[in-house]
Design a protein around this ligand. Structure first.
Ligand code: KIV
Ligand code: ZN
Length: 385
């Protein structure tokens, strides 16, 4: 089975979400949990961005030992110097340098010709290699870059000493087919690419980040980047818990493993949500509140007979407590009786029918029936009989 390295950027790209601002202690707590989860690489911040970011990266690099810790840098010596100051105490110093390669970014943002961009990337990688054994180079906006130019600059980056080449879909524009083809093309055409790690980095602007990341894996990506709960710029980054669980549940298809300790997923998700203040949407895949909640009578009946009928992921897999059969107006008698028994009520057929009818009437008025509602209905039945 192939091992896919997970590069977690919750503390860098994730923290770039509007409204999120983590202090050093909070970042450290998340980094420790990411290490427990099994992230191969943790991007702890952007050291040149602020003294606070530099301090957080330095503290994390000095604490986390089982994951590689990295920091972001532009192709500027001062950024690389700031990263080295923060990361020189790390177990395996790693820096992540990026430069945009798409025509629109080169012309309008960088105001550089393609030749100047190649030169700046090569110079920055060579400079970083004097300090860092591990240098990742990212072609920002790679998915909107001319494939021939992308192959040319990737080859130069490998020659200059980059140990990972990252291919971001920076604005979430690619389709799975587009994105997979880029990886296939680079694998086939870039000299020396087999000696370095090829990495995917997807944003979710069109809701395709998970599909795109999986397409990259199918086409040879060795590493995938993303965040917990999918937080990040605009519509966010790919949600790493979705990738790890998809690889696990569909190992028949991907034959690849993320290295994540899956039962740490729920705890990690809750920690990130609590410290960032960003709630997880209830129907979010894998970690949403409703991901293991079943309301309809038909589904509940199936679940009680055999959970495999409607649940392809067990809550236990991700360290969640249990499946929830939510009692509401779509629920059936079977689930109602099951809950009554769990609550310690043994009802005869007639009592059950009456209690169930009362429950249905209430469920028409209330969105969700609580334990307290049930207690009233069931106790009331017991007293009457
Ligand atoms: O989305 C992106 O292009 C990035 C780079 C800095 C790697 O986050
Ligand atoms: Zn990004």
């Amino acid at each position: 089975m192939r091992k896919i390295d997970i590069f977690d950027t919750t503390l860098r790209d994730g923290e770039q979400s509007a409204g999120i601002n983590l202090n050093t202690a909070e970042k450290l707590e998340i980094a420790r949990q990411l290490e427990r989860l099994g992230a191969a690489v943790i991007e702890a911040g952007f050291p040149a961005a602020s003294p606070g970011d530099q301090d957080a990266v330095r503290r994390i690099a000095g604490t986390v030992k089982n994951s590689i810790v990295t920091g972001l840098a532009r192709c500027h010596k001062k950024d690389i110097d700031a990263a080295w100051e923060a990361l020189k105490g790390a177990e395996q110093p790693h820096v992540h340098i990026f430069l945009a390669t798409s025509p629109i970014h080169m012309a309008y943002k960088l105001k550089k010709t393609p030749d100047q961009v190649v030169e700046a990337a090569v110079e920055a990688i060579k400079y970083a290699k004097q300090f860092f054994p591990l240098v990742q180079w990212s072609a920002e906006d790679a998915s909107r870059t001319e494939p021939e130019f992308l192959a040319r600059i990737a080859a130069e980056a490998v020659k200059a000493g980059a140990t990972t080449i990252n291919i971001p879909d920076t604005v979430g524009y690619a389709t799975p087919q587009d994105y997979g083809s880029i990886f296939k093309f680079l694998k086939e055409t870039v000299p020396g690419i087999e000696k370095v790690k090829l990495s995917a980095h997807c944003h979710d602007d069109l809701g395709m980040a998970t599909a795109n990341t999986l397409a990259a894996i199918e086409n040879g990506a060795d590493q995938v980047e993303g965040t917990i709960n999918g937080i990040g710029e605009r519509a966010g980054n790919v949600a790493l818990e979705e990738i790890a669980v998809a690889l696990h549940i569909r190992k028949d298809h991907y034959n690849a493993d993320s290295g994540f300790t899956l039962k740490e997923i729920k705890r990690t998700s809750e920690l990130v949500s609590r410290l960032t203040g960003v709630a997880v949407q209830p129907n979010k895949a894998v970690i949403g509140k409703n991901a293991f909640a079943h309301e309809s009578g038909i589904h509940q009946d199936g679940m009680l007979k055999n959970p495999d009928t409607y649940e392809i992921i067990t809550p236990a897999l991700i360290g969640d407590a249990h499946t929830e059969l939510v009692l509401g107006k779509h629920s059936g008698r079977h689930a109602f009786r099951d809950r009554a028994v769990q609550m310690g009520f043994e009802l005869g057929e007639e009592q059950l029918n009456e209690a169930f009818a009362e429950f249905k009437k209430l469920a028409d008025r209330k969105k969700e029936i609580t334990e307290a509602d049930l207690l009233v209905i069931l106790t009331h039945r017991q007293i009457q009989d």
